[in-house]
Write a protein that binds this ligand. Sequence first.
Ligand SMILES: Nc1ncnc2c1ncn2[C@@H]1O[C@H](COP(=O)(O)OP(=O)(O)O)[C@@H](O)[C@H]1O
Ligand SMILES: CC(=O)OP(=O)(O)O
Ligand SMILES: [Mg+2]
Length: 402
Amino acid sequence: MNIFVVNSGSSSIKYQLFKLPSPNPICSGLIERLGLENSIITHKTYIDGKERVVRRTLDMLDHEAGLQQVKFLLTDLKIGVIENPEEIQVVGHRVVHGGESFSATAIITKAVKDDIKKLFPLAPLHNPANLLGIEVAEKIFTNATQVAVFDTAFHQTMPEKAFRYALPDSFYSDLGIRVYGFHGTSHKYVAEQATQYLGKPNSKIITVHLGNGCSMAAVQNGKSVDTSMGFGPLSGLIMGTRSGDIDPSVVFHLINQLGYDPEQVNMLLNRRSGMLGLTGHSDMRDITKAIAAGDQQAQLAYQLYAYRIKKYIGAYAAVLNGLDALVFTAGVGENDALVRELVCQDMTYLGIQLDLEKNQTAANNLREINHAQAPVKILVIPTNEELEIAQQCNALLTSTTA
Ligand SMILES: Nc1ncnc2c1ncn2[C@@H]1O[C@H](COP(=O)(O)OP(=O)(O)O)[C@@H](O)[C@H]1O
Ligand SMILES: CC(=O)OP(=O)(O)O
Ligand SMILES: [Mg+2]
């Protein structure tokens, strides 16, 4: 089965093409700076064990232009991996917010698209881009079944004491205001990899996803029991442009004393805060450079970022009543050794002790970076949301046709 997976972000598209059951993609790619001049597409093919990379700088002004380029590359006479878009049988889409409507993977219909649209206000950076990706893919891959895999689905196993807010009951019962949690596809994927590595199905694992958005999950027996993002993907950890946890009194102060309107508050907390607000940069690589150049603000922001993660590790070790493994994943978690070092400092009372040398080794596969005698494994596991999405699409379609 040819499954093309699309992960549409607000300014990027990531994609991979799988011929399942092989977990190795036939091709993968990333479009960056979508919507700007000089967008960059990096397209890789993996045929007969050989990796070929094509990198082009073009103006791709929207998702339609971006996915059209992907179609040209997929079917290119020289480097194409298919002859015709109709060879794609399934397109799997990452959709960030599934709200109350979706607890599992869904075949996309008009009603599903309407529900994704209703959730725009709760995930303003993500759901609009996700829907756009779906609409464009429907036009290009006309033969394919379109499937949505929701970031929220993995967290549906949380107990009520973890997912309820202390608001009057009707706010949950009538209005669905509760913790949903996000990055579920990634937390699920790396928790499964960790469980396999540990060889212990009933493991207690904390997964730390540090990308542009950042979140953590407490996972027991393979199930999410708590997570740091909430009603929308804004609470919890400090992120590239999002504040993470903040006292709601700040919002009242902004509105009542400083004259902000709701949209300005939304813009501030979602797009102008986090590492961007603290340092002027949202990309951790720029922040690392600023620190090396002696920037004190960048140094402080880095401390705040790691300190917040450390607090959640303490909370989740308590929730799990112990810990077998701490897992770092996504762009920052996989690549930034210094963040991992700061987070794991002075945690021996929880059995967390890093091997500083192992922590420095860069690799693109699962690796153990704890001290050999430490009771808790510290693992770096590259996430693969696209493979997880492909496998979930396959599971859904195989069960519906069986
Ligand atoms: N080598 C690196 N060192 C430090 N941070 C990195 C490195 N490579 C990528 N990152 C960080 O990873 C972030 C993006 O992570 P990613 O998981 O791709 O996020 P998203 O999927 O949310 O776009 C970037 O903002 C960048 O800060
Ligand atoms: C949910 C979320 O924050 O996603 P991303 O990290 O892709 O922004
Ligand atoms: Mg991501």
